[in-house]
Design a protein around this ligand. Structure first.
Ligand SMILES: Nc1ncnc2c1ncn2[C@@H]1O[C@H](COP(=O)(O)OP(=O)(O)OP(=O)(O)O)[C@@H](O)[C@H]1O
Length: 232
């Protein structure tokens, strides 16, 4: 199976809202992909469907050829939009928690990234700033040896100066045959690590392209193209 993710006529209706409108999409293995679109365009819905947290109204979403279930959950490491971690835990506790829960969790990797990003593992989550909490969650998620990482708005609260360093640290730690899908509004910050982009608007895929093609054929950055396509 060459594609880690495939959507076939994928539809998701919420009461009074068509969140995904018959989406057809393939994401090959081993890429870093930006899932980009304005507010309410369907990014989180697609990520939740891939995780099996919600089910399609019709059509299919396949992870490594399989419908979301126990097997696919083992291969996906997911960073949700909102935190689900217990505030009273310190980072050491959380590392133990993740190591107990996920067979593929690499403690060494987690401690190494914490050190490189200057996070003290004895600190409790509730005493940390928003940006530091985000760093911790991202480190936990990226310390699994997953096949697919789904990151929903990973670094929105991190200061711009630290974003590059975080992205470099994270990317340099991930295995080359894994795939990362990042949903974000911070396109200018993230585009340097992306191989491909998916533009989504009102539940429709409006563009899929490699970042190189956008730079060479359109002679634009992804950020500039996004602003043009989604101009209000
Ligand atoms: N549980 C729900 N019930 C009803 N409507 C929903 C639900 N979840 C999402 N929606 C609607 O589906 C559409 C897509 O939402 P989604 O959260 O996927 O967008 P998004 O692209 O992730 O947005 P943002 O960038 O603001 O996070 C929106 O119109 C939203 O209001």
């Amino acid at each position: 199976m060459e594609n880690i993710l495939e959507c076939q006529n994928l539809v998701k209706f919420f009461p009074g809202c068509l969140a995904l409108n018959s989406v057809n999409l393939t994401v090959p293995k081993g890429r870093i992909v930006g899932l980009l679109g304005p507010n309410g365009s369907g990014k989180s819905t697609m990520i939740k469907l891939a995780n099996g947290l919600i089910t399609p109204t019709s059509g299919k979403i396949l992870i490594d050829g399989m419908e979301p279930g126990i097997e696919t959950k083992k291969m996906i490491s997911y960073l949700p939009e909102r935190t689900y971690l217990n505030d009273w835990m310190n980072v050491n506790n959380m590392i133990e928690f993740f190591a107990d829960f996920y067979q593929d969790f690499n403690k060494q990797k987690a401690y190494d990234m914490l050190r490189r990003l200057g996070v003290d593992p004895s600190h409790r989550l509730k005493t940390m700033s928003k940006g530091t909490k985000e760093k911790v969650q991202l480190i936990l998620v990226m310390s699994r040896e997953a096949k697919l990482y789904l990151l929903d708005e990973p670094i929105g609260g991190v200061d711009p100066a630290a974003r590059d360093y975080i992205l470099d640290t994270i990317i340099s730690n991930y295995s080359e045959d894994a795939t990362i899908i990042i949903s974000t509004h911070l396109i200018a910050d993230v585009e340097k690590v992306l191989d491909e982009v998916i533009f989504i608007n009102q539940g429709n895929i409006v563009l899929t392209s490699t970042v190189d093609d956008i730079r060479e054929k359109e002679n634009k950055s992804v950020d500039a193209l996004f602003r043009e396509v989604f101009k209000c």
